[in-house]
Design a protein around this ligand. Sequence first.
Ligand code: SF4
Length: 239
Amino acid sequence: MSDELIRETPPPYQAGALSNFRVGVLGWAVPGHLRDFPWRHTRDPYRLLLSELMLRRTQARQVAPTNQNFFQRWPDLESFLQADTEALGQVLLPLGLQWRIQNILELRQSLRNLGQIPRDYQGLLGLPGVGDYVASAVLCFSQQEARPLIDTNTVRLIGRYFGLQVHQGTRRLKSFRQLAASLVPQDTASASVYHYGLLDLAATICRPTRPDCSECPLSSECQTLKMEGPPSTSPERKT
Ligand code: SF4
């Protein structure tokens, strides 16, 4: 379906709709709701970068034990740069995906050349295997930069709330990216809490199939729930 046929972004949103979403996510993002993972206890860009690469196409619960093993053996950038290649591959093996191991080895070579983790978006994007989501996540969780984290899950949740029909290309649309960015709290202290809340709401409540709308803190203003009732499938699968 062409982009023109898809209701990507309705007319400009009222500030209240943006604020209701933000406040709803932040209010829900408390310890009893948020999931606890090792990478949520650090602001070290090295650990955050490697953790994000481990999380690509892999369930967070599956990543956690490997993540802990990895950082027990190579707790900082210096030890990672000197790590034995075969040992790296063995520790990462439980995660599967040979291309990921290769990617991490290529990343190590780039970091050897640079001598440090870049601290800005363009610098991070220049690293092998690092795209918009990973670069934004590293900056958000290490430096509290107020950047949107846009992946399949956050596109689904935002799309449902605002009544958008989303598709695989939605995350690259300028209009959607502007909407996602306008939802991020601008006080930097709240940016990472907001994103933990958004990621966990999408994973545990606004699931791809059978979302638990009765438990959702956003239900009173959710356009999809209002117009169509609880969704039965991921919006990306409707088209
Ligand atoms: S009310 Fe339901 S569809 Fe809407 S955001 Fe919440 S869980 Fe998702």
